[in-house]
Design a protein around this ligand. Structure first.
Ligand code: ATP
Ligand code: MG
Length: 604
């Protein structure tokens, strides 16, 4: 505890007398990517850094709270590009800071780690994009076994045993049949694609240490600019990592056109010869050269490539995936691609057509990730507490109801509860500071921004119909919202159908088949209650009342006889300050027309 206080507020990187903390040796170890054996431990409990001193007591290096947060974020995402934007959204969430602030934090971390930006051992700069932690990372308790893990060991994955074992089976096939395998891990934003792949890579490192692993990240807004970006990243990682020297030689002999694109790997002496060799036609030969290279390097050991966030892939990368999928040469290559389903379906994305085509011919597989169940959320909460401490009764159900099993929403909501002081963890046990039924759930700021960004990308008509739908009930008929959204009923229906087909914000209401058949109309609901909440909170009171009024009058003018008007209509007329509300119109209902169902659901 003292150590923690001493750490806070001290200048970044200053040292302090060395002693070993009595606290649990919790944290993450890492050692320089150059194999020098220099080792550090990020002390999560005391928020500082320990430098291992051979034959001596470890030396404590103090970090400012922000430096600690930046370093922890980098280490949690070890091996991956962390973009400037990601830093600003996470470490400086909700606060505007100048980009130089990030630079200066990285500078001070480099000085503590005695790292050189030109020859990095810990933090690599990826020009104009961000930074990557390149040192090898392991959980403190993993050290004795010598099994290193590159990603955060503090992540507790739940409910992913099945996809993990499927990935394992695919890798086994690659190795035993020497056949390249391509698999896409897909799902909505925050469903856990990256976490699953990270867990799989951790598993490979322990169970198949001879396998070579490389990550290539597609970056939003960057895709179209640099062809083959994730593959170039992967090759650079493979060549610069442990045992990369022979690969760099193979690159020069089998794939000079690729080598020419990775200046950091080029020896000055190689440049003139390479330039002569590459005169003309470089782009055309790149796919062929890569297949030759991969065939060669996968002869002795499997290679696992991960292309992350392919929804932002450049067209050359998509063509390259096709070339690899169709290559007939034997190679122990497993390519895992992740992408957000909705982003692929909504645009005219080349990868969507390619995936369908490849799947049809059995040339790729897909692992669509499902939301977590309530039971799995309970397991997650239990795993976060000390053994024997169970989470507060009903918390898992509540989180499930508000997040519908999306892991990102789950962890963000939990964090939000913690920040508001409603949920605390004392000595490994969860404590709720207020009865569950009194806690008002609001959408955490970071999620609200993410949802707002998604909505802003939709057309004006789509946004209008969604805005009205957000106050029309848990499940609604598009016809019910049409008037208020200034749309024809058919157009409103078309828009909702298209959004649901694109897995975007809406979906057909669950368990509604009977009603759909009877009335030849489909009810829709929001894919997440949070989407509905964000949209409805955008409405000013006057606009909301206006929508209610227009919904109410379109119900009235829809020819509904007085005896057929639902009781809830009076409520809506009332909310809209409609004169008919006072007359008691809409006080009884026998059998309502289909669109009324949406309004009725407001009560539920
Ligand atoms: N199975 C799981 N169990 C517990 N937590 C999980 C699980 N899957 C993901 N998480 C947590 O949810 C958050 C989001 O996960 P992740 O980044 O892997 O999602 P993603 O699908 O890759 O998102 P994106 O579409 O933005 O790339 C992370 O904080 C992660 O730790
Ligand atoms: Mg991801």
């Amino acid at each position: 505890m003292n150590a923690q206080r001493a750490g806070r507020g001290s200048p970044s990187g200053s040292e302090c007398p060395s002693f070993q903390p009595d606290t649990v040796r919790e944290g993450l170890w890492f050692d320089g990517a150059d194999g020098s054996g220099e080792r550090f431990r990020l002390d999560i409990v005391n928020e500082c850094l320990w430098q291992q001193v051979p034959d001596g007591a470890d030396r404590r290096r103090l970090l400012s709270p922000k430096s600690f947060a930046v370093l922890k974020h980098l280490i949690d995402r070890a091996g991956r590009l962390v973009t400037h934007e990601e830093f600003f959204e996470t470490v400086w969430s909700g606060v505007y800071v100048q980009p130089e602030v990030l630079k200066s934090q990285i500078l001070s971390l480099r000085s503590v780690l005695e790292d050189d930006a030109r020859k990095p051992r810990f933090i690599e700069t990826l020009s104009r994009r961000g930074y990557r932690f390149i040192a090898r990372v392991a959980a403190a308790d993993a050290i004795p076994s010598g099994a290193f893990a590159e990603a955060s060991a503090s992540v507790n994955l739940v409910g992913r045993e099945q996809p993990l074992s499927e990935l394992g089976a695919i890798l086994q096939r690659t190795v035993h049949q020497r056949q390249r395998e391509i698999v896409f891990v897909t799902g909505e934003t925050g469903i856990g694609k990256t976490s699953l792949v990270d867990a799989f890579l951790r598993q490979i490192r322990v169970e198949m240490p001879q396998a070579r692993i490389a990550l290539g990240q597609c970056v939003e807004g960057y895709g179209g600019k640099e062809a083959y970006y994730p593959m170039l990243e992967s090759l650079r990682e493979l060549c610069m990592g442990e045992g990369g020297a022979p690969l760099a030689r193979d690159l020069a002999s089998c794939a000079p056109s690729w080598l020419a694109q990775i200046p950091t790997l080029l020896q000055p002496a190689q440049r003139p010869a390479l330039q002569r060799e590459l005169l003309g036609g470089t782009r055309d030969r790149m796919p062929r050269e890569l297949v030759n290279l991969l065939q060669r390097v996968t002869q002795d050991a499997p290679v696992v490539l991960v292309f992350e966030d392919l929804q932002w892939a450049d067209p050359s990368t998509v063509s390259l995936i096709e070339v690899l999928a169709r290559a007939r040469t034997p190679m122990q290559l497993m390519l895992i691609g992740t992408y957000r389903t909705a982003d692929l379906v909504s645009g005219d994305h080349a990868l969507q057509a390619l995936r369908q085509e490849l799947q049809l011919h059995g040339l790729c597989g897909e692992l669509p990730l499902e939301p977590l169940t309530e039971h799995e959320i309970a397991a997650y909460l239990t795993a976060q507490a000390s053994p024997g401490c169970s989470p507060p009764e009903g918390l898992a159900r509540l989180i499930y109801r508000h997040t519908e099993g999306n892991p990102l929403f789950m962890v963000t909501l939990l964090e939000h509860l913690r920040q508001r002081g409603l949920l605390t963890s004392v000595e490994g046990a969860w404590h709720l500071r207020a009865p569950l039924n009194t806690i008002e759930f609001e959408v955490p700021e970071t999620l609200r921004e993410m949802i707002e960004t998604r909505i802003a990308r939709l057309s004006a008509e789509e946004q209008r119909v969604l805005e009205v739908a957000s106050i029309a009930g848990v499940a609604f008929y598009p016809q019910c919202c049409a008037g208020a959204a200034a749309l024809d009923p058919e157009r409103a229906e078309e828009l909702c159908q298209a959004l649901a087909e694109r897995h975007c914000v809406l979906r057909a209401a669950k368990g509604d088949r009977q009603a759909s058949r009877e009335y030849a109309a489909t009810r829709y609901e929001f894919a997440h209650a949070m989407y509905r909440e964000v949209l409805s909170r955008r409405l000013t009171p006057a606009r909301r009342a206006g929508h209610y009024a227009r919904m109410a009058s379109s119900l009235e003018s829809g020819g509904t006889a007085e005896s057929q008007q639902p009781p809830v209509l009076a409520d809506h007329l009332d909310r809209a300050s409609h004169p008919a509300a006072a007359t008691g119109k809409g006080s009884s209902v026998t059998r309502e027309p289909p669109w009324v169902g949406g309004i009725l659901a407001v009560q539920g």
